[in-house]
Design a protein around this ligand. Structure first.
Ligand code: ARG
Length: 276
């Protein structure tokens, strides 16, 4: 019998059109200022991603892109929203600093209760909801202090995971939540991106996890977005797509190669708004 996915649930996403996208500084190993970036192509890939979400029946809201903030397209870094509570981002590098208040204002203007972070954290890039747990990355961007802050704010247990490979500098580049349903949580991850201790923790928490291959990881395939059934994933992550299909999920390949030049994929461009 073919296993079935837990099933799609409607999602609410915030995205930022890459109208000012370019690579004008280098804060991760994917970024190379000397390489040409095609803003129009980035915009058309982004629109296709948004349209895929809309066709799946999800709600997509947008925040106005600000000139001079080329990484603002990576909305996942803008905040973490759990149970309708907004934990603001506080960026590691000054180049992205103004994005934190810009995203926080977007939420405050819409009546959300927002909490201004005291610790460096890059939003959902490093904080992923897995059932009742919050998986939190550290090592390159988000600090352990931020994990403690998030635990106190959201009242959810936080599991600290240490990232050790600079190419996978945010947790959402090394681990994907395939099902966040507490009864059938499913994740996919790339073990070499984690310290041995964190690998052991992941093995205990998720013995049935999908283990991504080198090729999946290098295509940023773990930067995937799942609604519990459909999984938007980079086309280069072939092994991951096959593993998803085997487990009853439907992979939907969406090309985000132009946004990969900044070090991000589909998940980086997508901030999930989780209501109370
Ligand atoms: N250029 C951005 C940075 O290095 C990419 C962010 C990718 N976002 C993510 N959620 N992984 O900060």
């Amino acid at each position: 019998m073919t296993p079935t996915a837990p099933g799609a649930t409607p999602r609410h996403y915030l995205m930022c059109e890459p109208l000012h996208y370019t690579v004008s500084y280098e804060i991760n190993p994917w970024m190379d200022q000397t390489r040409f970036t095609d803003t129009d192509l980035a915009v058309s890939q982004w629109r296709r991603l948004r349209d895929v979400y809309l066709d799946l029946g999800h709600t997509v809201e947008t925040i106005e892109p600000i000139p001079g903030l080329p990484d603002m397209v990576y909305a996942a870094n803008g905040a973490t929203v759990v149970d309708g509570i907004v934990y603001s981002a506080k960026f590691r590098y000054p180049e992205r600093g103004p994005e934190g208040p810009a995203y926080q204002k977007w939420f405050a203007d819409r009546g959300f209760v927002t909490h201004t972070a005291s610790s460096v954290n890059e939003g959902e890039g490093d904080m992923l909801v897995a059932g009742n747990l919050l998986l939190a990355g550290t090592g390159f961007r988000t600090t352990r202090d931020a994990h403690a802050e998030a635990q106190a704010l959201f009242n959810r247990p936080v599991v600290t995971l240490e990232l050790v490979d600079a190419r996978y500098y945010h947790l959402d580049t090394a681990l994907a939540i395939i099902s966040s349903d507490p009864a059938s949580t499913q994740v996919a991850y790339y073990p070499p991106a984690f310290s041995p201790a964190s690998r052991a923790v992941l093995g205990q928490l998720f013995p049935d996890a999908i283990v991504a291959t080198d090729e999946d990881a290098a295509a940023l395939g773990l930067n995937a977005v799942s609604d519990g059934e459909h999984v938007v994933v980079a086309p280069g992550a072939r092994d991951l797509a096959a593993a998803l299909r085997e487990r009853g999920y439907e992979p939907i390949p969406v090309d985000t190669t132009e946004l990969l030049k900044g070090g991000g994929g589909a998940k980086c461009c997508t901030l999930e708004i989780r209501s109370a």
